[in-house]
Design a protein around this ligand. Structure first.
Ligand code: NAD
Length: 734
């Protein structure tokens, strides 16, 4: 066996060490699953073996779960999968079913088996442990046990939906199954998921001690077994379904088929013996796998995210750029956040502002984050001090000298940015990268101030920088591939996910996100009640409704952009009802949004925001009741308006990879994750059907929905975005 080693001790206890060669973390591949069968056979038939302990040979933990790329019956976003749909389904079925069978065989092998958990066990990893008769966990703060499948649109398909509720009760298990929440060692003990918690490094010993007298029969295989808290036929059990459904409606509005299927699986599975229950689970697992939502989510949130995190979009042929020192210009909200994440990654950071005081204030923000992390036990005090020692606040541009890269984050002014670019470049080596964090100014224009435009690039962070995982890298006309490679090395070093786009007003993320907030304004101007717009916006899976978002971004900014567009377009500009609405809100009423406590909502100093009742004096609200058709129409409009803008970005070459577009949308502006991203949404609906719906919407609401030529062409050829703009296709074309 490649992945397991078995050593039998003097007491006849077999120590089974799980260690997948060449990987930092164990995962369940087809080969591992086959070998679990061999391990079980050996435990069962070897007369010398009285019982077994399963442990990991990796410091990283026990097992991170199934290898989705392989078992999911899907190729990575990068790989072209030549298998037919039928073959993919068969592979998924075989994988899911084989795992369920192997685990059940382990559970019924007739000898006591325990798992020693030193670190994390997630998904199939936890399901593996649940199929043994006892679990010991180390008191390691990094240990996590959980079934995160629901988070990527999947259903735990190797017994998790059946064994977890049978161990801890269906009510208690529901949040772990439906939300993918994980538990610490102590929580797992309180939930009855592990039998004991011991000092790190002592789990094997404790597990062996249990095996000596352990019971080789799972509780649910005993005659007198009762589900903790009662099964579905008891009053409490029946409540699980009702409560779970309510939970889904509140949190995800039923957008995720996986969650509903998990719920059904628990409900139906708990009424029958375990073997039948596992078959029910396999059936729902497959049903979930077949949904376009699950496919999109797995591809984007699992495979693409992983690929981009490993630098998939980095041009080849350039040596890794060792970024040791970085200057951040501007110690405001963004600059301070960037300084913190850099120091976290061990990068020496020069934080420049107009005065030493302003620079020091920026460092103060990093100090607040460190103090919080230390207080929560996420960072030791020494580590916090070491981190802060890496940030050097200054007002002297001479300190920029020796930096490998610069992140400019001063006020959004072209003139100011030009000035600081020149000041910084005077200190830099020819090889250094000059990056701008501008959110709106085209990079090519900013690069005009640079003496080395090939080294000039957009490095667009999102706020709050320490929490947001995405960085949008923008190529100017003159930006070199080498600069791109260096910038990606920098982004990976600070542990963010880079997507690469070409220059355009609003780049990719702000441009598409802008259509969402705008469509909300359009709907309001049409007379749709604001509560309906925002409620449906949230129910669509966006983090907030479009009017709330307008308030957050600031209405005066939207007004200013409108005025600018008007000035740029001159007589061609046709003012619409949205302009009138914004003018009243901003100019007449000074309602700027959250920033001055007054927008479409009122923001009291204490308590929750409430919708501003005065809105009905500005707009005639015609739709007071939300009927089903209206809800569906709003939902479609909000999603499709963003998706068609993403498609336009492809047509214009602003973005060239389907993978970057989907990851950027979900991580950057919170595009409904259940769709897998706007591009997966279009592919899921089918380009042809998408175009037909756009034509319908264009006829009703105007040219902002008009499908670009690219979409019509793709519809005519029967193409998909992932087929045409998948990474492989792009490389072949190059
Ligand atoms: P901010 O107003 O909080 O900070 C700007 C800082 O630049 C201030 O501290 C100011 O003193 C400093 N500054 C001014 N002149 C300077 C000079 N000559 N040298 C050094 N520092 C100088 O602004 P912010 O929100 O941090 O935004 C900074 C940049 O990041 C802008 O270009 C903005 O568009 C962009 N951005 C902002 C966000 C966001 O959500 N706020 C998101 C992405 C990008």
């Amino acid at each position: 066996m490649e992945n397991f080693k078995i050593e039998v001790d003097g007491d006849g206890i077999a120590l089974v060490t799980f260690d997948v060669p060449g990987r930092s973390m164990n995962t369940l591949t087809g080969k591992v699953i086959a070998e679990i069968g061999e391990v079980v056979e050996r435990i069962k038939t070897d007369p010398e073996i009285k019982g077994a302990v399963i442990a990991s040979g990796k410091a990283s933990g026990f097992c991170a779960g199934a290898d989705l790329g392989e078992l999911g019956g899907q190729a990575g976003a990068a790989g072209e999968d030549k298998r037919s749909e039928q073959e993919k389904l068969q592979a998924a079925f075989d994988g899911g079913f084989a795992l369920n069978k192997a685990f059940r065989a382990l559970e019924t092998c007739g000898k006591p088996v325990a798992t020693a958990l030193e670190g994390l066990a997630l998904g199939g990893g936890l399901e593996f442990a649940l199929a043994t008769h006892y679990r010991v966990a180390a008191a390691n703060p990094k240990l996590q046990l959980g079934l995160p499948e629901a988070k990527v649109g999947l259903l735990p398909g190797a017994g998790g939906t059946q064994r977890l509720p049978r161990l801890m009760g269906a009510m208690k298990a529901a949040p772990y199954l439906l939300e993918g929440k994980s538990m610490s060692a102590e929580e797992a003990k309180a939930n009855g998921v592990v039998g004991e918690v011991v000092e790190p490094g002592k789990t094997i010993e404790a597990a062996k001690a249990w095996v000596k007298t352990g019971d080789p029969v799972a509780p649910w295989d005993k005659k007198d077994y009762r589900i903790p808290g009662g099964g579905p036929y008891t009053p409490t059990g029946g409540q699980v379904f009702i409560m779970g459904n309510a939970m889904l409606r509140k949190q995800s509005y039923g957008n995720y088929p996986a969650q509903l299927n998990i719920l059904k699986c628990v409900y139906e599975g708990l009424q029958v013996p375990i073997d039948a229950a596992l078959r029910i689970e396999t059936r729902y697992f497959l049903k979930t796998m077949q949904s376009p939502q699950a496919r999109g989510m797995i591809r984007t949130l699992f495979l693409s995210l992983q690929e981009l995190g490993k630098g998939a979009s980095r041009p080849a042929g350039y040596p890794t750029y060792d970024v040791k020192k970085v200057a951040v210009l501007g110690a405001g909200m963004m600059g301070a956040g960037v300084a913190y994440v850099q120091a976290q990654a061990g990068i020496e950071t020069v934080l420049v502002d107009v005065s030493a005081e302003a620079a020091e204030k920026g460092k103060g923000y990093a100090r607040t984050l460190v103090e919080k992390a230390v207080k929560r036990g996420k960072m030791t005090a020494e580590k916090g001090e070491a981190l802060l020692a890496l940030i050097h606040p200054t007002a002297d541009y001479a300190d920029v000298k020796g930096s490998d890269l610069v992140v400019e984050a001063v006020f959004e002014s072209r003139e100011l940015k030009a000035k600081v670019t020149q000041q910084a470049e005077a200190q830099l080596a020819d090889t250094a990268v000059m990056g701008s964090n501008t959110s709106t100014l085209p990079i090519t224009g900013l690069a005009e101030a640079s003496v080395r435009p090939a080294n000039f690039i957009g490095i667009h962070f999102f706020s709050p920088v320490d929490k947001m995982g995405l960085v949008e890298i923008i190529m100017g006309k003159e930006t070199s591939e080498e600069t791109l490679a260096k910038s990606i090395d920098y982004v990976l070093k600070i542990r963010k996910t880079p997507i690469v786009v070409n220059d355009s007003r609003g780049f990719y993320t702000s441009r598409c996100f802008g259509t969402f907030v705008q469509e909300g304004l359009q709907m309001l101007a049409e007379g749709i009640a604001p509560a309906i717009i925002d409620n449906v916006g949230r129910a669509t899976g966006m983090p907030r409704g479009p009017l709330e978002m307008n308030d957050d971004v600031a209405l005066d900014l939207a007004y200013k952009i409108g005025q600018q567009t008007k000035a740029d377009m001159g007589e061609q500009y046709v003012a619409g009802p949205v302009d009138a609405l914004l003018e009243k809100m901003v100019v007449d009423l000074k309602r700027y949004g959250r920033k001055n406590g007054k927008g479409f909502y009122d923001y009291p100093e204490t308590g929750q925001k409430t919708l501003w009742p005065g809105i009905s004096d500005l707009v005639e609200i015609t739709t007071k009741d939300a009927d089903k058709a209206l809800i569906e129409e709003i939902r479609t409009r909000l999603l499709y308006r963003q998706a068609v803008e993403a498609a336009r970005c492809f047509e214009e070459g602003v973005i060239t990879e389907a993978r970057d577009a989907d990851v950027g949308a979900i991580l950057g502006w919170g595009f409904a994750p259940w769709t897998g991203g706007p591009i997966s949404l279009i592919d899921g609906v089918g380009v042809k059907a998408f175009v037909e719906k756009l034509d319908e919407l264009t006829a009703k609401y105007g040219s902002r929905y008009a499908p670009p030529k690219l979409l019509r062409e793709m519809a005519a050829n029967g193409e998909t975005f992932y087929g045409r703009f998948g990474p492989k296709a792009a490389k072949a074309a190059a």
